[in-house]
Design a protein around this ligand. Structure first.
Ligand code: ADP
Ligand code: MG
Length: 266
């Protein structure tokens, strides 16, 4: 493997030049439910390289969100090792986890999670405030342009459609240029055209080099990704590349075609 000189210097801070971006080994999470123990993650091993676009699928309760919370440093495992960019994060304290989260992770949630009385621009600026970054407005504006909302900067969430709100959330996730974008059912609250528009943005970001890990229980959505990791009962039961990948731009074009016999109507 060829390693750029820059990366070798970086390797002192983290080992990103050598290992995968994400390396999980034996990750285990147990929830205590009164007397009972619930094994939400059962010894999960997973590697994700920079530039991948991975769908995590599985029935409700199979452990998808628990896995995302650990990968996103929102929660820590009860056992196992998790290295992000070569740094062991399974043993960090809350303060250190928060710092890593802000620097390396971009989150997109099913329910958008935007600040209600705040404009699109201000919502996207939030992670930059925590990160103490300068030129916040400019960066937020650029991120909103990347998701096609350059003309909606001053709109509040209530003045935007669900699909547009999710695009604001994606802009907020990418504005810090994270190492990985984590999305938990990002199309779960959206109709099919809006879902395709969200997947089009993710595909574009991935084409531009972003690493994306996305939870979905919809097979049609998973087929837009490049690799599918299927879970059941807290375990990975399948991990394979996606053949015959769907392109959202083609799906959207097809959806906008008039139905046969409905001449010109949409
Ligand atoms: P999924 O996202 O695939 O639907 P989750 O990761 O949310 O699954 O949940 C995995 C299992 O862990 C489920 O059985 C769920 O009920 C349980 N679980 C999740 N979060 C908690 C919690 N905070 N306390 C107790 N049990 C939980
Ligand atoms: Mg879930």
């Amino acid at each position: 493997m060829e390693v750029a000189e820059e990366d070798q210097v970086d390797a002192h801070a983290d080992a990103s030049a050598t290992g995968p971006l994400l390396r999980l080994r034996g990750i285990t999470k147990i929830y205590q439910m009164g007397e009972q123990e619930l094994l939400a993650l059962d010894c999960v091993d997973l590697d994700i390289e920079s530039g991948e676009f991975v769908a995590v699928t599985g029935a409700s309760g199979s452990g998808k969100s628990t896995l995302m919370n650990i990968v996103g440093c929102l929660d820590v495992p009860d056992a196992g090792s998790y290295q992000l960019d070569g740094v062991e994060v399974a043993t960090l304290d809350e303060y250190e986890l928060a710092a890593i989260r802000n620097r390396k992770i971009g989150f997109v949630f099913q329910g958008f999670n935007l600040l209600a009385r705040t404009t699109a621009l201000e919502n996207v600026e939030v992670p930059l405030i925590y990160g103490r970054r300068s030129n916040r407005t400019e960066l937020a504006q650029q991120a909103l342009q990347r998701v096609g909302l350059g003309d909606r900067l001053e709109h509040r969430p209530s003045e935007l459609s669900g699909g547009q709100q999710q695009r604001v959330a994606i802009a907020r996730a990418i504005v810090t240029e994270p190492s990985i974008i984590l999305a938990d059912e990002p199309t779960g609250n959206l109709a099919s055209l809006q879902s395709e528009e969200i997947m089009q943005i993710f595909q574009q970001l991935n084409d531009d080099g972003a690493t994306i890990l996305m939870v979905t229980h919809e097979q049609d959505i998973a087929r837009h990704c490049k690799r599918q990791v299927a879970m059941r009962d807290g375990r990975i039961i399948e991990d394979q590349p996606i053949t015959e990948r769907l392109r959202a731009s083609e799906m959207i074009a097809r959806m906008r075609e008039p139905l046969p016999g409905s001449a010109g109507r949409r």
